[in-house]
Design a protein around this ligand. Structure first.
Ligand code: ZN
Length: 271
């Protein structure tokens, strides 16, 4: 099996770049890298330069040297460093991936990862770039190596995304898919999201009446207000006028807000 060394950038006393609201690059890098490692384990031998919030050396130079030394000692076939970008102009955004120079597996791996990242994340494509000597871990690793920048932590919108576990998972999956494509391997399918508990529904109710005619009148008001799927549910001796029933609570909350905006100020959720 191909051995890949995954390198979550920064760590410990070195936070990396810090976003406008304080999100630390080191934490995003580690969260993404750990997921990439798990996703790749079925198709690669994976080693990591760090798996916790630590720095590998007391200076930046020593830290970077230690990362390269791990990859060399492990005789990794590929080196993959994961970072977030940062720039003084907070409008700058997007994803880019570096290889040391053109040609060979470094460029191929960078292109495979960049393509999947852009497809999955939908951020601006800043393309594959060649670092030359400017990136230590690409210059000094003897194996094919790439460094991917999964978004600008300095951009408020992208910082917000990078903070979410959903986006981190999406990015991790894309990176792993890129590696798999490059190696000509198939990544195991993701586990399906757990289905909501059967039978449990969140209902949005805009009134409950003992007299059917009153319920009918409220139903007519609901339909007039655009709630075409409104209906009357009977429960015991009550006629409940409802404008929706949802398995997902967030959808019911959205509908509840819509009902309140439409003037049904007593609307509430029943589950
Ligand atoms: Zn970084």
């Amino acid at each position: 099996m191909v051995k890949i060394c995954i390198d979550p950038g920064h760590g410990g006393a070195d936070p990396g770049a810090v976003g406008p609201t304080g999100l630390k690059e080191k934490d995003v890098n580690l969260a993404v890298a750990k997921q990439v490692a798990e996703l790749l384990k079925p198709i690669c031998t994976v080693v990591m330069t760090r798996t916790s919030d630590i720095r590998l050396g007391n200076t930046q130079q020593a830290d970077l040297q230690a990362r390269v030394a791990i990859a060399e000692k492990e005789k990794a076939d590929r080196f993959l460093s994961i970072h977030c970008n940062s720039f003084s102009d907070r409008n700058v955004r997007g994803i880019e991936t570096f290889a040391y120079g053109p040609g060979g597996n470094g460029e191929k791996l960078a292109r495979a990862i960049q393509a999947e990242l852009i497809r999955a994340a939908g951020l601006i494509d800043r393309k594959v770039k060649f670092s030359g000597s400017s990136v230590y871990v690409l210059k000094y690793t003897s194996m094919s190596a790439v460094l991917t920048e999964v978004g600008f932590i300095s951009n408020p919108a992208e910082e917000k995304l990078l903070k979410t576990s959903a986006f981190q998972a999406k990015v991790a999956r894309a990176i792993a898919q890129g590696v798999a494509n490059h190696l000509g391997k198939k990544l195991p399918e993701p586990k399906p999201a757990p289905a909501p508990a059967p039978g449990k529904l969140y209902r949005v109710q805009i009134g409950a009446y003992a007299v059917r005619a009153n319920a009918d009148a409220q139903l007519a008001r609901a339909k007039k207000a655009g709630f075409n799927d409104a209906f009357i549910a009977t429960a015991g001796k009550l006629y409940r006028v409802q404008v929706g029933a949802y398995a997902v609570k967030a959808n019911a909350e959205t509908q509840l807000a819509k009902a309140k905006t439409a003037g049904f100020s007593d609307a509430f959720m029943v589950s």
